[in-house]
Design a protein around this ligand. Sequence first.
Ligand code: ADP
Length: 450
Amino acid sequence: MSEYAQAIIESMHESLITMSPDLRIRKANKYFYDTFRVKPAQTEGYYLYELGNGQWEIPELQKNLKLLQNSNQQFANFEVDHDFPGIGRRSMLLDAQKFTLKDRKEESILLSIRDITTRKQIENSVRESEERLQLLIQNTYDIITILSKEGDILYESNSVERILGYKPTERTGKNIFKVPIVHPDDIKQKEAAFEKAVASSSEIVKAEFRLRHKDGSYKDIEAVYVNLIHDSQIAGIVANYHDVADQRKVERQREEFVSIASHELKTPVTSMKGYIQILRDMFSVADDSMSADLMEKLDYQVDFDIDQLIHEVVTEMQLTTKKHLIVADLKAGKKINADRERIGQVLSNLISNAVKYSPDADKIIITSSSNGENVAVSVQDFGIGIRPDMQKKVFDRFFRFSDPAGKNYPGLGPGLYIASEIIKRHGGTINLASEKKQGSTFSFTIPYKN
Ligand code: ADP
C-alpha cells in the first residue's frame, strides 16, 4: 500500500480493517484502535472475534464475513447494534469487500466500520419530538388548520370532530370559500381576516365568526391566523379556531340574570306597601281574617325590624362556617320600611363574601346602629382585603378580582353589584373600607322612613 494511501486511511474518521483471506487482521487504522480501545500488538494477526475479550463476537457479522470469504459476497450498510464492554452500546454500519493489491498476490478483505450511534440518537429524538408535536396538535383543545393561500384545507386537527362534528378527512382538501361552513352573515369578516393574513407574514390576525356544526347549529369561534407560507415545513396559513360557546353562554346567563334582577328591583317598595295596606283594610272590613293575616305577613316583608333580620341571617350563615364565629352587635332598634327579602339577600352576600375571603381568620363582626334618619349596618372580616385600586370596582357589574397568589375563590361575580343596586334603590348608600391582608368592612345605610 502506498504511503499516500496509508496516510489517508490513518486520518479517516471511520474504522478500517484489512484482513487476510483467512480473516485474520492484517492492519487496522488509528481510528479503530482509538474507538475500540485496543492496541496493534493485540490486534494484528488475530481474528476479529478474538479482540478485546471477545467483544467483537457478533454472530451475524461472523456469518457475513464467512460468506464474503467463501463466495465473494460483499456486504454494505450492514447495521449492527452491539454492547461493547467499556464503551457502551453502539450502532454501526459495516461494509466489507475483497480487493487485491498490486504488489501482493493474495487477496485482502477491507472492512469499514462507521459509528452511527449519535446520528441514530438524533434521528430518534427528532422522530420522538415530531410524534409528540403531532400528538399535541391532534389532541389540542382548539382546531388547528393549515390552509393554502387560496383557502384549500391542507390539514385539520382531530378536534374539528369534537367542536364541529366533522371528521378531519371530511374537511381536508375542501376550499373554505367554495365549500364554506361560516355563517352567511360572517363571511365578510372571515374573508377579510384570511386575506389580511395572506397579505402579511408578520402579523397575527384575529377574528370572530360563527361556524356551522355538522348538525346545522352554529358555534361561536375565535380565530387566530398566522402566515407561515414561507416556512418550508408548513408552507401555509395556520389557523387556530377556539370554541367560545361556553364562555358566551356564561356571559349571556349573567346578562340575563342581571337584567331580571334589575327589573325586579324596579318595583317600588313604597307603592307595594300602599297596596298591601289598602287590601288589608279591605279584607278586615270584609271580615276575611285569613286573607287579612296573610296581608299582615306580606306587610311584615316591607316593614320589619332590621336587627331581627340581621339576627336571622347571621344564624343561617353561621351554619355555613365552622371556622368563623359571626359576632353580631345589633343596636339599630328600628323598624325599616324596605324589601325584607332583598335586604336579607344583601346581608347574606356580604357575610358569605366575608367568610369566603377570610379563609385564615376566625371572626366576622356585624354591627347595626341608627341615627335620626338611617340605619347603618357593617360587616367586617379579617381576611385577604382588597387593593385600593380595586375597591371602587368591586361594585361593578362583572367585577371579579383574580388573586395574584393564584388562589381560586368560587363565585358568580355580580353579587356586590346587585347588593349595591338594592341599597341604592332603597335610597341608601353602600361603602367599603379595606386594607390588603388586614380585612374588609362593607357597610350600608338605609333610610328607615322610606
Ligand atoms: P363573587 O364573590 O361571587 O366573585 P362578588 O360580586 O360578591 O362576587 O364580589 C366581587 C369581587 O370582590 C370578588 O370576586 C372578590 O374579589 C372581591 N371581594 C368581595 N368581598 C370581598 C371581601 N370580603 N374580601 C376580599 N375581597 C372581596
